[in-house]
Design a protein around this ligand. Structure first.
Ligand SMILES: Nc1ncnc2c1ncn2[C@@H]1O[C@H](COP(=O)(O)OP(=O)(O)OP(=O)(O)O)[C@@H](O)[C@H]1O
Length: 444
């Protein structure tokens, strides 16, 4: 079936539809014209000027109404541009329906739209034309994601700017305060706020039964990301932290809340062996209780942070490296149900440093800026860079920005919260006090 152009449809197409996009502006104009004519009839030209002029002055003079009017104008303009972009991208159906905006939210990176595609079209048609739509709208990027529940709805992000580049000084990455920095007791089992995505939404991760891997070039912000996880563990008095720190200074501030901290390969192997003994003891306990998962009342959660994984997994002594890798793979594979969570950070994301057998066991992967696509794939997974999730594309100035890939969802571009040294000291002091209180010390 083809739609035929009749006189009626031509009027609809070229007069009614374009006017509909200007309906609010036309309605305001009509009201002002009516007021001006009524004023002119009642009191001459001065009356007409006053009748039309005072509403304009009031709206412009009151900040609230001025803001609302500007917002309405902006939304109307976006709808008109969207309409044009859809038609230029060839997304109008044979009966001239286009994907329509159903919801609109202004976000730090630009605009987030909820769009409904017309009958006969799919969200993938819109996704396929994203680049053309972006060019017509003159924006950086258009991202299209289908709604999980409704095939006719799409979540469309119009990315106008990089919200993570500091407009005042692009060389300085502006820190975002961690929401838990000023709070009291927390639980590592709760969703932990770790970052903000480029649409301004907070990202939380659930570490229960999961491990997390941070990778990226030096100074890309891995320790800052790891800091949010350590902060949550510090504020959870039921949690123990058994850490490895090849550089000695990265975990130094967290020392007072840590149960164990080792620096060299011998210490790392001894710690990993002790963790495996503890894990086996917990599995034996579970077996005796006839359960499969450990509860918070059975044993404390153990966080196992490793800063600079390369030093241990790619140690110059091959036997030591092999031994450590075997222990690490065992811990990451079996530790989850026993309440042992690994948080691994590596500066050199390559196959020899992060064996794929280890990486594939880690559910949460956070790739900060990398030098190459291969390095990016080592963290995010094979083929992710070619699919558009490439950490080497992250702006070198955007410290702390990365792609966070949680199991079962697409990676999200985000910037981690940042804890400065004073905030860490403050959290650690509270963590120590919470642990003493829990141990029964009433003098805290
Ligand atoms: N989320 C962030 N917000 C603001 N600044 C950040 C953020 N993350 C990192 N930075 C800046 O980048 C610097 C390096 O960060 P960080 O030490 O976390 O990097 P790294 O990848 O762990 O480095 P290395 O591999 O050398 O240990 C920090 O000192 C800080 O100035």
């Amino acid at each position: 079936m083809r739609a035929r152009l009749t006189a009626g449809s031509a009027v609809t197409l070229w007069i009614i539809r374009p006017s509909w996009l200007w309906r609010r502006e036309l309605a305001v104009l009509a009201v002002l014209v009516v007021a001006a004519v009524a004023g002119w009839l009642a009191a001459g030209w001065l009356g007409g000027l006053l009748a039309a002029g005072w509403p304009v002055l009031v709206v412009a003079g009151v900040p609230w109404s001025r803001h609302r009017a500007a917002e309405t104008w902006r939304r109307g303009r976006l709808r008109r541009h969207w309409d044009r972009a859809m038609r230029f991208a060839g997304l109008a159906t044979i009966n001239d329906r286009i994907p329509r905006i159903r919801g609109h939210r202004v976000v730090p990176a630009g605009d987030r739209l909820l769009v409904r595609v017309p009958r006969g079209a799919t969200v993938s048609d819109l996704g396929g034309e994203a680049e053309r739509v972006a060019a017509t709208l003159r924006v950086r990027e258009v991202r299209v994601a289908r709604d999980i529940d409704r095939a006719d709805l799409a979540h469309v992000d119009l990315v106008r700017r990089d919200p993570f580049i500091n407009p005042r000084d692009p060389q300085v990455s502006e820190p975002i305060r961690w929401p838990w920095a000023g709070g009291g007791q927390r639980s590592l089992r709760d969703p932990i706020p770790v970052a903000v995505d480029d649409m301004g939404d907070q990202i939380t991760v659930r570490l229960r039964g999961k491990n997390i891997l941070f990778g990226g070039e030096p100074e890309s912000g891995k320790s800052a990301g790891l800091g949010t996880v350590l902060g949550a563990a510090a504020l959870d008095p039921t949690c123990e932290i058994w850490g490895l720190d090849a550089k000695r200074v990265e975990l130094a501030l967290w020392r007072p809340v840590m149960t164990r901290l080792e620096y060299d390969s011998d210490g790392a192997i001894a710690l990993a062996e002790d963790l495996i003994k503890e894990m086996d003891r917990r599995y034996a306990l579970l077996e005796s209780m006839g359960r499969r998962v450990l509860g918070p009342q059975d044993a404390p959660t153990i966080l196992w942070p490793v800063d600079e994984l390369r030093f241990f997994t790619a140690h110059t002594d091959r036997r030591t490296a092999r031994h450590f890798n075997g222990l690490a793979i065992d811990l990451v594979a079996r530790g989850r149900a026993a309440g042992i969570i690994a948080a691994l950070a590596t500066q050199k994301p390559s196959g020899d440093v992060v064996p794929t057998s280890l990486r594939d066991l880690v559910a949460l992967r956070w790739g900060m800026r990398c030098n190459t696509k291969d390095a990016s794939d080592t963290i995010m997974g094979a083929g992710m860079a070619s699919a558009g999730w490439d950490c080497s594309q992250i702006d070198v100035r955007a410290r702390g920005v990365g792609l966070l890939h949680a199991e079962g969802s697409m990676p999200r571009r985000c910037k981690s919260f940042y804890l400065d040294d004073n905030e860490i000291r403050d959290i650690v002091a509270r963590g120590v006090a919470l642990r003493r209180l829990r141990a029964g010390d009433r003098w805290v």
